[in-house]
Design a binder for this molecule. Sequence first.
Ligand SMILES: Cc1cc2nc3c(=O)[nH]c(=O)nc-3n(C[C@H](O)[C@H](O)[C@H](O)COP(=O)(O)O)c2cc1C
Length: 163
Amino acid sequence: MDKTLILYYSLEKNTEKIASHLAKELNVDIERITPVKDIKPKGFSKYLTGGFQASFKVKPKLNPIQKNLDQYSNVIIGTPVWAGTISPSIYSLLEKGLIKDKNIAFFYTFKGGDKKTRDIIRKSVSKYNKLISIHSCLSVDQDFDNQKDKALNWAKDLLNDNK
Ligand SMILES: Cc1cc2nc3c(=O)[nH]c(=O)nc-3n(C[C@H](O)[C@H](O)[C@H](O)COP(=O)(O)O)c2cc1C
């Protein structure tokens, strides 16, 4: 694979923990995607606000990405699942064409409700980019050690396949 970048959104750190582990072990660049106005990670209101935003396909305005995307042909994108779909910030990234013409390997963290998530990822990624693979990480908060190893094996296989 050519130069690889990890881009991720995370509200409660699960996706961040996986993304950081991959970046460290694979020795690749990493950047967190942030909306200009994010929801609060504490309390129940996050489920209402986040669930609403995700369900209604809100595309929040993002803070500018600091990395020069032209330098990367391969991007690993990570997101939590919200209301069965991808987080609004990653939806913005993909659907507004803020990232284009990349090979995308996509992972998501979730708690067990991902029935339509893969179809949504396929559709959103392929709008402006090429989807290479999807990987899911179940209950990272309770099963981090196992999930981080599985995610790393997945990513390593991809890097080897595309050498
Ligand atoms: C607003 C909101 C909606 C969620 N919806 C789902 C869901 O539909 N299915 C699911 O399996 N998990 C759902 N979850 C759980 C998260 O996907 C899971 O905890 C994830 O690992 C959080 O990632 P993060 O820590 O990087 O933010 C939801 C969490 C939040 C905050």
